[in-house]
Every structure is written in C-alpha cells, then in structure tokens.
Unconditional design. Structure first.
Length: 148
C-alpha cells in the first residue's frame, strides 16, 4: 500500500472537519479502519468512513461497507481509476449507503447512493471543486469543496 501524500490527507481532513459535530451528535465514529468485501480478494482503507460508535468499539478487524453511513475516498494519481470505477461499483454492491469520491485529478466531487447488486443507483455530480455537495440524512449538511 502507498502512503498518502500530504495533499491527499489535507483533502480528507477538509471533509472530516466539515462533518464537525455530526458524528458525535449521532454517536458515530469517523476513521480509516479496514473495509472487507467478503467473497472477493478486495479490502479497502477509506479516507475516512463513518460508522456507528458501538460497531467501532467492538470491531477488531475489518467492517463491512453496509455497516457504514458514509465512505469517503480521495483519489491519488496511482489509484484514481480504482476509486472512480472499481470502488464505486464495489461499495454499492456491498451495501454502502453513501460513497463520496473526492477526485483530485479531475477537481470534482461525486456522491453515490442507493446501493444495489450492480453498484450505486443514484449519483450526484460530478460537482466541480468550489460547488457545495449535499450529504443527505443522517448528516444533512452541505460540504464546502473550495479547499479541496
């Protein structure tokens, strides 16, 4: 696995900070724990994911995408195609309710939702950096993407 650059970490931090008090208010945890995809050879480390606090407290290994409330991936030059195509489909297939792709190379954000066996059925974006991106319930907030 490649260590993320500071620019990559900075973009992830912009999203984390804007989630603000919502995770604590909703008894959630935001972090970069492993996500397993049972029956496949894949597992991912998101930038971050948001999961229920009780799940985070008792999970020593990987969580499953359908146990998350939000998965965020920040693209890097070496893995952008995986984030754009493979993870978009895999996260939907494995039940992730929301997947936010921060595409640094294309300077856009896309939110995927409504998971199905074929991937995510709903797509909002791509939104250019600078345009707000609405995160629906339970977050119900608009992300400011100008600093990504």
């Amino acid at each position: 696995m490649t260590v993320p650059s500071w620019a990559h970490e900075s973009a992830a931090e912009v999203v984390r900070r804007q989630l603000g008090p919502r995770p604590e208010e909703l008894d959630l945890v935001s972090g970069s724990g492993n996500l397993d995809l049972p029956g496949s050879e894949n597992w991912y480390v998101p930038d971050p994911a948001v999961v229920p606090a009780d799940l985070a407290a008792k999970t020593e290994g990987a969580s499953l995408p359908d146990q998350t409330l939000l998965i965020v991936e920040v693209s890097s030059p070496s893995g952008a195609d995986t984030d754009r195509v493979v993870k978009r489909h895999r996260y939907g297939q494995y039940g992730a309710p929301l997947y936010l792709l921060v595409d640094r190379q294309n300077r856009t954000c896309t939110l995927y939702g409504e998971p199905t066996r074929l991937g995510s059925a709903k797509e909002s974006g791509p939104h250019p950096f600078g345009a707000p991106v609405h995160l629906p319930s339970p977050f119900d907030l608009d992300l400011d993407t100008t600093r990504l």
